[in-house]
Design a protein around this ligand. Sequence first.
Ligand code: UDP
Length: 475
Amino acid sequence: METQPKEKSSPHVLIFPCPAQGHVNSMLKLAELLAIQNIYITFLNTKYIHNRLIQFNDDIQALLECYPKLQFKTISDFHSEEKHPGFGERIGDVITSLSLYGKPLLKDIIVSEKISCIILDGIFGDLATDLAAEFGIQLIHFRTISSCCFWAYFCVPKLLECNELPIRGDEDMDRIITNIPGMENILRCRDLPSFCRENKKDHIRLDDVALRTKQSLKANAFILNTFEDLEASVLSQIRIHFPKLYTIGPLHHLLNTTKKSSFPSSFFSKSNFFKVDRTCMAWLDSQPLKSVIYVSFGSTTPMKREEIIEIWHGLLNSKKQFLWVIRPNMVQEKGLLSELEEGTRKEKGLIVGWVPQEEVLSHKAIGAFLTHNGWNSTLESVVCGVPMICWPYFADQQINSRFVSDVWKLGLDMKDVCDRKVVENMVNDVMVNRKEEFVRSAMDIAKLASKSVSPGGSSYNNFQDLIQYIRSTSP
Ligand code: UDP
């Protein structure tokens, strides 16, 4: 008697991002892409973050209606609302508490939702390694940083061994790093991830970063939000250690391209942690082609009064129109924001609290982006072919800005020098004097990004392979 082959149950993927803006943005894009493929998704947020998503995104309910197989779940992050460290400079406290105490909560969700695969933000290290083994399910790590930065993290023990680390004071900052395979002689000490610095701006420890990075080796597969043509030489090094590597970026571009054909009205999905001010879109409509410099330093970067003032004067002196995002939590000093707003209005620039950045960058009036080079912002700029001026703050931003300026030739890097004259000159170089050169390389790389997410492109194909992998390994 013939036996019927056992029907495979539909996979159910648990996606758990680090509770920070850039991480939630990119992992939610992946969730949507998988939901479009009819895969069940449980997207896990901390309560603190979920409350922000509900508060600042009217259409989060519409997202769920659009994808019946997508659901949100929340867990505690073990910090009270009153004394919460937030999602900025003290995010390390939240990562630590989730890493220490989060396992039982994850276990409950794996059991109650019958999870068949976990896509975990790799920043959590081995948070889910034992659980995946216990339940016999697949564990995929996703790192939301650039591949060049991930690879630098991975090589930290080697750099220590070869005495290229630690950095020995300010006078050592221009020393060239030679022992990172695939990027020999590209980085100076000042381009290494900020945790390597002597006077670092955060509390994150280098050995902790190195350990968590290594723990991704225990996952069954690995995802990076990049594309082959952008980071080829680094990716070939990473593949030696992570053979099951899926490069599926730029994820927002893959998603938008996919949605254009199936859901044309719901372009640009939203996961803002701040209230969006859309007035800038009408303002941009009234500006000439490629005439505006867009300025934003992401969701967490704090800025000192002196830095804000230098950037502001540099922008004003450049005589270019600017659209500047100054988040509600970015300027501590009373009166400074209204001083800037008033002075800016006179010059006909615009300061706003939070914008729909993907839409802004794709607006025809934008000519350049003064950015902190968070990886999402960098990729969004790459996709739109917008040249950059870089003012990196921490983590992967130092290395991203080096690649933007010296490898991809997409702009100029202010790194470590915040001076009004430098800002003014760089704005003029990028938008006037060397405009053609930067626009040409930006357009060339934007074309490669589009090719990668189109049918037959590397990220498109890798995403198909990822789906196949998730389906074939589901019990
Ligand atoms: N962003 C936005 N509106 C803003 C500023 C930023 O929507 O006014 C989004 C931006 O599009 C990006 C994310 O916030 O997707 C920031 O992530 P990134 O990795 O660039 O920097 P982070 O905030 O993690 O430092």
